[in-house]
Design a protein around this ligand. Structure first.
Ligand code: AMP
Ligand code: MG
Length: 404
């Protein structure tokens, strides 16, 4: 692959083509620990749901006729069924979720009746229909049907469905292990005060958090000096680890001490592309390392903290979503609140603040948009995506905002 500058769409196609071959492993975990995992099996209903005809209301179960008054012959509460035989004119006090006696076919809500001893009367303005307020057996889902299908992301609602199928263990896709290594002579640990020309190595933190944020496992490899021997060693060690991806930051530009491309090559990583026609984050490198039957995807991101995080949101997150068949909508179309300057033909991902006001999504982007301005990025909640051929979008235009 040449060093040709490629488009964002093209880069994304290349990444998707590679990531789909990763075939993540699966594991069985406790249902209670499965939140946010991706289900790796179709879960079949082992019972009808609900398992029996039951009442949807607190009320009186009756056998439908044109009668408007009944005699209360007993009661059934949820979980305490007692077999009562009803004839026309009989009523059974019943609570929500209780099993309906076989002869009953209608439940009249408690609010619609009046009682006096065992006598029950419909209130003057109340109405009822045959079959009312009964949840029939299997109406939610029939036994043997798929309750939750493979590749569903497990949220509390899904856990409810799985629990009612008796699944205390579920088969899920393993989380990807994604290692993060920063490079740069200027870097110092974040718990130290930088002197002279040093800066705190914030990228390990931001990228590890971004990985956790998409429900995968960061492996923090810290940072390394711009020293070929040190970085060579770090890359080698990383590739020997049981990881699915390696993300590095720094050293992929054209500076004198930008060694990463050369070292990736030396380590046997196959380059798929270097440099994409975007702003920020243009110097991104992507390669694949083949090891036995496994592959490790390697992303060499620029060191700039804004660029590396933007790269994560626009390349790595969508790629992981694609691998796990997730297509949650993560963007809004919003009205630009002021003109934006864009005079080149790169695809821009500008930092913005999206908000909802007067029945519309609106977005402000009154930031410097300099990729060095990390603190400004910390105030943004979206990336405004502006396509290559769009020049200077104006106030009032609709723009795509990717939520971050
Ligand atoms: P580079 O891509 O190595 O040319 O770095 C670009 C810019 O990002 C420089 O201003 C670096 O000081 C800064 N930078 C590099 N690595 C990090 C890091 N891990 N954390 C914060 N800033 C960084
Ligand atoms: Mg550097």
């Amino acid at each position: 692959m040449s060093n040709k500058l490629i488009s964002y769409d093209n880069a994304m196609e290349i990444i998707k083509g590679e990531i789909k071959r990763l075939s993540p492993r699966t594991e069985e975990i406790d249902l209670l620990n499965s939140l946010n995992y991706i289900l790796a099996e179709d879960v079949i209903a082992d019972i009808d749901m609900p398992p029996f005809d039951n009442s949807a209301m607190d009320g009186y179960a009756i056998k439908f006729s044109d009668k408007k008054n009944w005699e209360i012959i007993g009661e059934i509460s949820a979980g305490n069924y007692s077999s009562l035989t009803l004839s026309e004119g009989d009523a059974v006090l019943i609570t929500t979720g209780s099993k309906i006696p076989p002869e009953a076919d209608t439940v009249i809500p408690i609010e619609d009746v009046e009682t006096s001893g065992n006598a029950l009367v419909l209130k003057p303005n109340a109405h009822f229909k045959k079959g009312m307020n009964i949840r029939t057996k299997g109406n939610d889902l029939e036994k043997g049907k798929i309750t939750v299908s493979s590749f569903t992301k497990i949220g509390p609602n899904v856990i409810a469905a799985l629990a009612s199928c008796g699944k205390i263990k579920v088969k899920v896709y393993n989380k990807l292990k994604i290692a993060v290594l920063s490079t740069g002579d200027e870097l110092i640990p974040v718990n130290q005060i930088p002197h002279d020309d040093k800066i705190r190595a914030s990228n390990n933190y931001s990228l590890s958090a971004a990985i956790t944020g998409i429900n995968h496992l960061p492996v923090n490899l810290g940072f390394a000096k711009d020293d070929k021997e040190i970085i060579r060693r770090k890359i080698k060690d990383a590739l020997e680890m049981d990881i699915d991806m390696l993300i590095t930051t720094g050293g992929v530009s054209v500076g004198k001490y930008d060694y990463l491309l050369e070292l990736f090559d030396e380590a046997g990583i196959e380059k798929k592309f270097w440099r994409v026609n975007i702003k920020p984050g243009k110097p991104i490198y992507f390669g694949v390392y083949k090891k036995d039957k496994k592959k490790i995807l390697v992303f060499g991101l620029p060191g700039n903290p804004v660029s590396s995080l933007v790269n994560f949101y626009i390349f790595i997150k969508p790629a992981v979503d694609y691998l796990y068949h997730q297509n949650e909508i993560n963007f809004h179309t919003a009205i630009l609140q002021h003109d934006l300057k864009k005079t080149d033909t790169k695809r821009h991902f500008s930092r913005g603040i999206i908000f909802y006001e007067e029945d519309e999504w609106r977005v402000k982007a009154e930031f410097s948009q300099s990729s060095g301005n990390l603190i400004e990025m910390s105030r943004a909640n979206c990336l405004i995506e502006i396509e290559e051929n769009k020049i200077n979008p104006l106030k009032g235009e609709k723009v795509k905002c990717i939520m971050i």
